[in-house]
Design a protein around this ligand. Structure first.
Ligand SMILES: Cc1cc2nc3c(=O)[nH]c(=O)nc-3n(C[C@H](O)[C@H](O)[C@H](O)COP(=O)(O)OP(=O)(O)OC[C@H]3O[C@@H](n4cnc5c(N)ncnc54)[C@H](O)[C@@H]3O)c2cc1C
Length: 302
């Protein structure tokens, strides 16, 4: 039985592993996708305190090396549920599962889909949620980005260095991303904002060929080779609730000590209901959750 099982290997989970190991706890981290989480797909990070600029890939690699150097055990398995056992919890996985005295949920969020015809069928064939992962395949081609937040603006900026024209489609009349990103987008001539407009359909036989758009200016078809969607994030906590308590949007309810409604179960990072979802708050949550999990185990043992 482990002291702590951490679900998710993004910045919150890796930081939790780091703190758990430094506190002398046995810790297993389960990662069901890509280690580093959303951070691994970020082209450039400029707001990690003490570091002027670092790529998301390097940031994730540093965190991974730091936590494994201290002895954190990492397995590439997705957690599929949580069940109470006499001495703690069983974290279920497809291969069976792991018993642990405490759990830290650090499973982050996943990308929202457009939910239009053609999106599923052409996924991986021109429809992508990750510009930094797939942008290189469309070098020299015209592409579109859908969304108006910081992630969409970052995607457009990244693609503008590879593609002759980047259409930035947003359903509102103003971008809601960070001001410095809005300014940067507006200063790049090959990014063409298409405001008050939404995607009705992704079209193409084998690969993306065009987008059917609609909006204030009316319907039109836009010829592009790829569409990168960045239309928001959604929590993915259904497998753990109930008994885990979630808010109306599906984020885990936890206090400032990252304690959930379940004894010995903590929530850290973007999966937790909170006002600011960033690297610095994810890492802070990871540290706090590991600290409180340690306190919980100390009390149990006393
Ligand atoms: C494009 C983009 C750019 C960004 N840029 C910045 C920036 O410049 N500065 C900044 O501060 N923040 C930025 N952010 C936000 C930041 O990346 C997130 O706030 C942060 O990564 C959250 O960390 P997390 O560990 O809570 O979750 P995540 O990074 O989402 O990691 C969660 C991990 O859990 C795994 N997982 C999920 N479910 C399971 C399961 N059932 N079992 C096992 N593993 C599971 C996932 O595969 C993932 O690896 C950006 C985000 C995006 C998408």
């Amino acid at each position: 039985m482990y002291d702590i099982v951490i679900i998710g290997g993004g910045p919150a989970g890796l930081t939790a592993a780091l703190y758990a190991k430094r506190a002398g706890r046995s810790a297993l981290l389960l990662e069901g996708g890509v280690l580093g989480g959303q951070a691994a797909t970020t082209p450039e990070i400029e707001n990690w305190p003490g570091t002027q600029r670092i790529s998301g890939g390097d940031f994730a690699m540093n965190l991974y090396q730091q936590s494994t150097a201290l002895g954190a055990e990492i397995r590439f398995e997705a957690a599929t549920g949580l069940e109470k056992v006499s001495d703690g919890w069983r974290v279920r996985t497809a291969a069976g599962g792991y018993e642990t005295r405490a759990v830290i949920l650090a499973n982050g969020v996943r990308r929202r889909k457009l939910g239009v015809p053609g999106e599923e069928q052409l996924a991986g064939r021109g429809v992508s949620v990750c510009a930094t992962c797939d942008g290189g395949f469309f070098k020299g081609k015209e592409v579109a980005v859908v969304g108006g937040g910081s992630a969409a603006l970052e995607d457009a900026l990244y693609l503008a260095s590879l593609c002759p024209r980047v259409w930035l489609i947003h359903r509102r009349d103003r971008f809601r991303g960070e001001t410095h990103l809005v300014r940067a987008v507006e200063s790049i001539p090959n990014i063409i904002p298409v405001m008050d407009t939404w995607v009705e359909e992704v079209r193409g036989a084998e690969r993306v060929e065009s987008l059917l758009l609609d909006g204030k200016a009316g319907a039109r078809e836009l010829t592009v080779s790829a569409v990168f969607t960045a239309v928001g994030l959604i929590p993915d906590n259904g497998a753990f609730a109930p008994p885990l308590e979630l808010d109306e949007q599906g984020y885990v309810r936890a206090d400032e000590g990252c304690r959930t409604n379940l004894p010995g179960v903590f929530a850290a990072g973007d999966t937790r209901a909170k006002p600011l979802r960033q690297l610095v708050t994810a890492a802070a949550d990871g540290a706090m959750a590991a600290f409180q999990a340690g306190n919980f185990l100390n009390l149990r043992d006393s």
